[in-house]
Design a protein. Structure first.
Ligand SMILES: Cc1cc2nc3c(=O)[nH]c(=O)nc-3n(C[C@H](O)[C@H](O)[C@H](O)COP(=O)(O)OP(=O)(O)OC[C@H]3O[C@@H](n4cnc5c(N)ncnc54)[C@H](O)[C@@H]3O)c2cc1C
Length: 234
């Protein structure tokens, strides 16, 4: 629903969407972006924004850059709706064999949404659901909150975290290729960071004056930073 709302608002303010059209090349002349090639044609542009999530490294390779972004997969699930009983989101940070933290919360519409961090991580682009996830997470959730025993699970799904070396995104203009902007490596936080980063990126593309908060954010998320440590709750 949120995704659709963003889509409608973007259309209302003039954005156009091209579906089933893969970017296959980025035209660079004299170190500057000039256009984009796709499976359906070629477009002139001075700016390319790489927001390709788990595929960011492949887009970077089109301009000769190697971004340290690699996908690993996580599964999520959703139950049937039940009467409201859960206030805050529950995050259990205790590791267990085969998994790290897991978390669940109840939507306003009554369904409980849950996910777990596989340990060790599962690298790669495979998005087929596994038979491991549901028994693994259900056992831990029911042990923590026995009243969850009888809620029926409606569906599960598996998606990709675009992981950076330190668990934080890489956002900023390329120093090597003028006009190439990166918003990659969103890890497990891309949905919550999306709206704020989207506004910041729009200010960058339209060359608005950036506030001191913007500049601080860009310094912290610089693609050229030294990678140290690992964000704790990725
Ligand atoms: C189970 C699960 C639970 C999660 N929970 C949360 C959460 O609670 N909160 C949170 O903030 N985040 C969460 N995340 C993480 C979040 O989903 C990601 O961080 C986010 O989706 C990354 O957004 P993105 O826009 O960078 O990439 P994506 O959403 O992956 O978008 C990349 C887009 O680029 C397109 N693309 C790639 N290559 C090309 C090409 N060559 N040409 C054209 N288009 C291309 C793809 O089709 C895709 O549409 C979760 C992820 C999973 C899997």
């Amino acid at each position: 629903m949120a995704g659709h709302a963003f889509y409608e608002e973007a259309k209302r303010t003039g954005a156009t969407f091209h579906y089933h059209e893969r970017v296959t090349g980025i035209v660079v002349e004299n170190g500057r972006v000039k256009g984009v090639k796709t499976t359906k044609g070629e477009y002139g542009t001075k700016v390319v924004l790489n927001a390709a999530g788990p595929w960011a490294r492949k887009i970077g390779a089109l301009v000769g850059l190697d971004h340290p972004v690699n996908p690993d997969s996580h599964e999520g699930g959703i139950t049937e709706p039940v009467a409201h009983f859960l206030g805050p989101m529950v995050v259990d940070i205790r590791p267990s064999p085969g998994s790290g933290n897991y978390y669940f919360f109840q939507l306003a519409t009554g369904q409980v949404v849950f996910s777990i961090t596989p340990q060790p991580p599962i690298p790669g682009f495979d998005r087929r659901e596994t038979s491991v996830f549901l028994p693994q997470v259900a056992r831990r959730m029911v042990a923590l909150m026995p009243r969850l025993t009888n809620i029926r699970v409606r569906r599960t799904w598996r998606g990709l975290y675009p992981m950076s070396p330190d668990g934080s995104p890489l956002v900023g203009w390329s120093e090597e290729v003028k006009g190439y902007l990166m918003a990659i490596g969103m890890c497990g936080q891309g949905f919550m960071l999306g709206p704020g980063l989207g506004e910041l990126l729009a200010r960058m593309v339209t060359q608005e004056t950036l506030s001191s908060e913007d500049q601080e954010t860009l310094q912290i998320l610089s693609p050229y930073r030294r990678f140290r440590g690992q964000e704790a709750l990725k």
